[in-house]
Design a protein around this ligand. Structure first.
Ligand code: TYD
Length: 148
């Protein structure tokens, strides 16, 4: 059964986790290498404590890093830009996340106040992996000869 829109941005796809439902005892969702997460997880971080409407996060690309994002609680929008196409994805379900490969310009916004954005990453934090300027991102794609 289709539960979400299609993603046409390269290097991005939904990750759907199983839901093991236990009635009043709650639900378990599991993210396991390699069925759901295509890399070995070296870092976990999370974004929470949104204190007012209008928060914007991201606005950068990564040269190598791969990540999977889940709104473990609440919802947010993910704006994807691969240099050729743009798409906004709504994350609304704790068991439906998004895999984002490298070389994508990503912006998070429209967070619900209760949002708990859980991120699984393929590497430790390295500032040198970030591209924080959009023009640099476009030239990085061109330089690498990978722009489609
Ligand atoms: P950044 O990745 O720019 O946040 P976002 O994309 O969510 O807006 O990181 C914000 C700050 O947090 C920056 O100073 C670096 C720091 N940081 C770490 O030290 N380790 C981490 O794993 C992450 C994700 C960020």
């Amino acid at each position: 059964m289709k539960t979400h829109e299609n993603i046409f941005i390269k290097n991005a796809r939904f990750v759907v986790l199983p839901r093991i439902e236990d009635g009043i005892d709650g639900t378990i969702s599991v993210a396991e290498y390699s069925d759901h997460i295509p890399f070995l997880i070296k870092r976990v971080y999370y974004i929470y404590n949104l204190i007012k409407e209008g928060a914007i996060r991201g606005k950068h690309a990564h040269k190598e890093l791969e990540q999977v994002f889940f709104c473990a609680r609440g919802s947010c929008d993910v704006e994807l830009d691969d240099g050729a196409n743009k798409q906004i994805i709504h994350l609304t379900k704790p068991n439906v996340g998004i895999y984002l490969g490298s070389e994508l310009w990503v912006t998070f916004h429209k967070f619900s106040m209760d949002c708990f954005l859980l991120v699984l990453a393929s590497d430790i934090y390295r500032e040198s992996d970030y591209i924080r300027n959009y023009e640099e991102f476009l030239s990085y794609l061109n330089r690498a000869g990978k722009k489609t």
